[in-house]
Structure formats: structure tokens, C-alpha cells
Design a protein around this ligand. Structure first.
Ligand code: ADP
Length: 246
């Protein structure tokens, strides 16, 4: 059976992902709809990155199915991985890095088109990094570097941005700025966002939907509903205790 809700980009139906036949996450039953800002939460090792691989079509389901809507093509998703793909001291300019997001859509053409350059500049404007255009990536702060990488992902994305712990390693202020920026991208550009974060307290202010994993789907629904649920309250409490070093 296939669930295809109106406006759904991706739907999982009794889906299970894992490696070499060994199940890591099971019982996935959720849909990502156009315009969602979905945050995937759960403890370390709960299968969040494994699910991201499934959503990016790098892993096939071991059981069940994952359905992608017709219009949603692989090249339309932008991805920012947990291990930053550009080293912090990478000797390249900001514009060059943002523009390189377009490479996946260029086929065999060996140069960037004027449209791709315009798009990179527009994305830099939106991300508040236009004034960094001529700077070297290695000179930037952690928060600025993260914006540049989001700019690159946006040059690859047309409808979906997938981010694995985008605020990892940033101080709380820079992390809040990043989440606000993602909310702006979601609201103004209509880009659907799927983000893994362990920082439920911060992300709950921005995400519209929450998917909580613990090697199976423990919750999927609206953020408000999650925060009022037993599992939401428990997870939020546990994260707070971890933050203050209990
Ligand atoms: P999370 O992102 O929630 O920390 P992961 O999806 O990274 O969790 O990992 C979930 C489990 O899957 C872990 O036990 C991990 O060791 C295992 N795992 C992750 N990647 C692989 C892999 N390539 N091959 C086999 N097991 C893996």
C-alpha cells in the first residue's frame, strides 16, 4: 500500500533501514510535505543519519517502502552533511564555494552559466554573506562558514534542503541565528527543510514538525503536539540535564 498525501514529497510506509541486512530503524510511517520544516531528533545512535541516507536515496529500505513524488528529482535536494565537506582551512573563495553547489546540475558543461552565477549571488544575499564574496573561506568564523555551506547547498537545491546537525560546534547565539536563517529560507523561498538536530529546545522554536527516533519511530507530528507529549517532555528534560552536566 502506498500513502500519497496531497503535497507529499516523501512518504515512508512501514519502512525499515539498516546495513547488510541488519535493521537500524524500523516502523517508519511519515510524510514530508511541501513547505515543511521537519526536525529529526533522538539520542546518539538512534538512526537519524541512517534515515537521512535513506531520504537522500543512498540506502534502500530493508522492508516497507519509501515513495518520492514524481516532481521530486534527486538533483533538487541540497545536502549539508554532519562532517563538513569543505575543510575549515580550504583555500578557496566564498563565491567559488557557494557557486560549486551548481555543479551537480551542469551535466558535461565545463563552465557556470550566468543564471547559476546570479543564483549564487542571490543566495548569498539571502544568507547575509554577500559582503564576504571576495573573502577566503578559511578566514571566516564558524557561523559564517556554515552560512557559506548552506549557500552552496541552496545552489544545488530547488525544493528540498537536508541538513545533518547544521549547528554542531556553534555557540548558542550563532546556532539560533542559523536556525532563524533556515526558517527564513523555508518561509520566503518555500524550500522544504529536513534537519537532524539533538538541540530540541532550540529547534522547537522553528521546526513545524518533529520526528523522534529511537531505532524506531517514536513520534511524528506537529511540534506543539510533541512538546506536550510524554515522550517530548521526557526528551526535552533529558537534554536539559545533559546540557547542565547532570
Ligand atoms: P545517529 O545519527 O542517530 O547518531 P546513526 O544512524 O549514525 O545514528 O547510527 C545508528 C547505528 O547505525 C549505529 O549503531 C551505527 O554504528 C550504525 N551504523 C551507522 N553507519 C553504519 C554503516 N555504514 N554500517 C554499519 N552500521 C552503521
Amino acid at each position: 500500500m502506498t500513502i500519497k498525501g496531497a503535497g507529499s514529497i516523501i512518504t515512508c510506509h512501514n519502512t525499515c533501514f539498516g546495513y547488510d541486512g541488519q535493521r537500524i530503524i524500523k516502523g517508519l510511517n511519515f510524510s514530508v510535505r511541501v513547505g515543511d520544516y521537519l526536525c529529526i531528533v533522538g539520542k546518539n545512535g538512534s538512526g537519524k543519519s541512517t534515515l537521512i541516507k535513506g531520504l537522500l536515496r543512498l540506502l534502500n529500505p530493508l522492508q516497507g517502502e519509501i515513495v518520492f513524488c514524481n516532481e521530486f528529482k534527486k538533483e533538487k535536494s541540497g545536502y549539508l552533511s554532519q562532517q563538513t565537506a569543505v575543510k575549515k582551512d580550504f583555500p578557496a573563495g566564498v563565491f567559488e564555494i557557494v557557486l560549486s553547489g551548481a555543479v551537480g546540475g551542469m551535466g558535461l558543461r565545463p563552465f557556470y552559466s550566468a543564471k547559476e552565477k546570479r543564483r549564487a549571488l542571490d543566495n548569498m544575499d539571502r544568507l547575509g554573506i554577500a559582503d564576504l564574496k571576495e573573502r577566503s573561506f578559511s578566514e571566516l568564523s564558524g557561523g559564517q562558514q556554515r552560512r557559506v555551506l548552506i549557500g552552496r547547498a541552496l545552489c544545488a537545491a530547488q525544493s528540498l534542503l537536508v541538513l545533518d546537525e547544521p549547528a554542531a560546534g556553534l555557540d548558542p547565539l550563532a546556532a539560533a541565528e542559523l536556525y532563524t536563517l533556515l526558517q527564513k529560507i523555508n518561509n520566503t523561498m518555500g524550500i522544504t527543510i529536513i534537519m537532524v538536530s539533538h538541540d530540541i529546545e532550540a529547534t522547537a522554536q522553528y521546526a513545524t514538525k518533529i520526528l523522534h527516533l529511537q531505532n524506531k519511530q517514536c513520534f511524528f507530528g506537529d511540534t506543539k503536539e510533541y512538546l506536550n507529549s510524554a515522550i517530548g517532555k521526557q526528551f526535552l528534560g533529558a537534554e536539559k540535564e545533559a546540557d547542565i552536566g547532570f
